[in-house]
Design a protein around this ligand. Sequence first.
Ligand SMILES: Cc1cc2nc3c(=O)[nH]c(=O)nc-3n(C[C@H](O)[C@H](O)[C@H](O)COP(=O)(O)OP(=O)(O)OC[C@H]3O[C@@H](n4cnc5c(N)ncnc54)[C@H](O)[C@@H]3O)c2cc1C
Length: 304
Amino acid sequence: MKLLLVGEYRDAGLAAEVAGLFGFARLLDAEVSMVLVGREADLPAFEGRLWLADVDTYGEYAPDRHKSLVLEAARREAPDAVVLLHSSYGWDLAPRVAAALNAALVSGVTGLDDGGYVVECCNGKMRRTVRPLTEPVVLTLQPGAFGQDALNGSPEIRYLEADGETSIECLGFSRPETGIDLSHAVAIVSAGRGIGSKEHLGLVRALADALGAEVGASRPVVDAGWLERARQVGMSGQNVSPGLYVACGISGSIQHLAGMKGSGFVLAINTDSQAPIGNVADVLVVADLVDFLPLLTAQLASRC
Ligand SMILES: Cc1cc2nc3c(=O)[nH]c(=O)nc-3n(C[C@H](O)[C@H](O)[C@H](O)COP(=O)(O)OP(=O)(O)OC[C@H]3O[C@@H](n4cnc5c(N)ncnc54)[C@H](O)[C@@H]3O)c2cc1C
C-alpha cells in the first residue's frame, strides 16, 4: 500500500501530531511519501520522498494553494490513500483534496477493523466502521489514535511548486488571552463528568492545592459551564504534558487522551474498572471520587 501523508506546519514549527501519521503507516506496513508546506530546517525524520514547498511562499494556512500542492504530489506519487491529521488544517483541506480527486473521504479515523476504517460518531458514544469504494481514498486521522512513533531516517527531498489562485487570505493566528496556561503545568488534576455536580469541584480544587497542581477538565465539564474553556484538556482543548496527571471521573475518550498522552505519571479515579482511561493510567483507583478525593487530600496534607 502507498500512502501520501500530508504534514502540517503550525505556528512556525512542524506539528508534533504529525508523528501519528507515521504510526498509521507503520500499522499498515505501507510505503510512505509526504507533502509538506514547511521549512528545510525543520523536517520530519523518515525514509521516503518528501515533497517540500516553502512556507514563506505558500503560507501556513492557504487551503486553495495547499490543495494544489497536495494534488501535484498525488499526481506524481499515485498513492492508494492521501492521509491528513484530523486537525483544523486537515479537516478544511481534506474535503477540497477529495473533491478534486473524486475520492471518498473518511474523516476522524481512530482505528482499523476488518479492512475498514473506524470512526467515532454521536459525540464519541458509538463507532462505525466504513469501507471506501474509491481509489485513492482521502483520510483524516484523529491525533493520538495511532501513537506517536519515534521517527528516524532522512527523507529524499523533492521541491514542489504549484500554480493556483487563492480565495482565502490568512491574516494570522492568535491565542485567546485567558491567563490560564496548562501547557507548562508540572501537575494537573482534571475533573470529568463523573464529578456529578459543580459543587464537587471543591474536592478537585482541594487536591490540586495539596499537590501544587493546576485544575484541568474534560469537555463535558467545560460545556456545562463549571470551568473555563481554557482549562479543557484534549483534542479541541489544550495539549498538556505534566509530570503528574490526575483524572477524576474521566472515562478516557480518544479526544481527551489526545491532549494528555504526553503526561508522565497518570493517576485515574473512576468507579468503572473497565473505563478506557485505565489503558493509559499508571494507577487506576476504582472508587467513588466523592469518597476517595478527600482521603487522598488529607493524606497529602498530613505529610506536609
Ligand atoms: C470533535 C470532538 C472534539 C472533542 N474534544 C474533546 C476535548 O478536547 N476534550 C475532551 O475531554 N473531550 C472532547 N470531546 C468529547 C469526548 O468525546 C468525550 O465525550 C468526553 O471526553 C467525555 O468526558 P468525560 O470522560 O468527562 O465523561 P464521560 O465519558 O461521561 O465519563 C465519565 C466517567 O466518570 C466515571 N464516574 C462516574 N461517576 C463517578 C464517581 N462518582 N467517581 C468516579 N468516577 C465516576 C464514569 O465511570 C465514566 O468513566 C470531543 C468530542 C468530539 C466529537
